[in-house]
Design a protein around this ligand. Structure first.
Ligand code: ZN
Length: 256
């Protein structure tokens, strides 16, 4: 059977991992760094896409990323606000590390706002958290929205900044990874000129390819399989010292 050419493929592993930051190794390792021809949420086209959400599928890892981000600046915010959807999980984890409230902002009639009863009080200290910053437009909108409510915006944090240029948000921006990736206006895009099919992340095409290409998620500590309920081997009782568990020998399928 003839295989169709892939629209999206995982970025090649870096030749020298020693030169790469641990966060970049993590991104490549979990298949979050993709190569193809992508339509970014900013409207720009790019040959690489960072699916940061894959990095957050391991809750323990997400918590550590939140701690690393919180440690980047000596900030003491009352509130963390993230633009939905990309920033929600990382924002929650950064807020956990700061012991601050976690809110997210979303667009209503194209305007970034707080919904769902979320509030910030005048004078509260705010840090804006994003997963990937490309142009900084969403982050800037959240900063403007927070300032308009009287908040004092201390700074912005991102897992990765993929801009080729410096981004001026009016507050300090810090990130775990700077990964300059070229992005083009549609009329200047070399991938469009080459006739490469354009994929919108989140689209049906993208999801199908993600399913084909993404590696099987691997939890950091694999749990042993539980024996089937109601079929205790060799009379092993289903009660145990720990709630929900079984004696060690029973887990190995050995008689108790
Ligand atoms: Zn293009």
């Amino acid at each position: 059977m003839k295989r169709k050419p892939a629209l999206v493929r995982k970025a090649a592993r870096p030749k020298s991992c020693a030169e790469k930051t641990s966060i970049e190794r993590l991104l490549v390792g979990c298949g979050a760094l993709l190569e193809g021809h992508f339509l970014l949420s900013s409207g720009l086209h790019s040959g690489r896409y960072l699916q940061c959400a894959l990095l957050m599928t391991d809750p323990g890892r997400a918590t550590r990323i939140g701690q690393d981000l919180a440690a980047l600046q000596g900030l003491h915010p009352d509130v963390v606000i993230s633009p939905a959807i990309g920033g929600i999980v990382v924002g929650q984890e950064v807020a956990r590390a700061f012991k601050a409230r976690a809110l997210f902002a979303e667009r209503e009639n194209e305007v970034m706002t707080l919904r769902r009863g979320f509030r910030i009080e005048p004078g509260e200290r705010v840090v804006v958290v994003e997963d990937v910053v490309t142009t900084g437009a969403s982050t800037k909108e959240v900063i403007t929205m927070a300032k308009s409510r009287g908040a004092h915006v201390l700074g912005a944090l991102a897992v990765a900044v993929r801009s080729m240029q410096d981004i001026d948000l009016g507050v300090p921006l810090r990130c775990l990874l700077r990964l300059p990736i070229a992005a083009y206006q549609a009329q200047d895009c070399p991938l469009c000129r080459a006739g490469a099919p354009l994929v919108k992340p989140g689209s049906r095409d993208f999801r199908r390819l993600q399913i084909q290409r993404a590696p099987t998620p691997r939890p950091e500590r694999p749990r042993p399989p539980l024996p089937a309920l109601g079929v205790p081997s060799a009379g092993v009782p289903l009660r145990s010292k720990r709630e929900g568990g079984l004696p060690k020998r029973a887990k190995k399928g050995l008689p108790a």
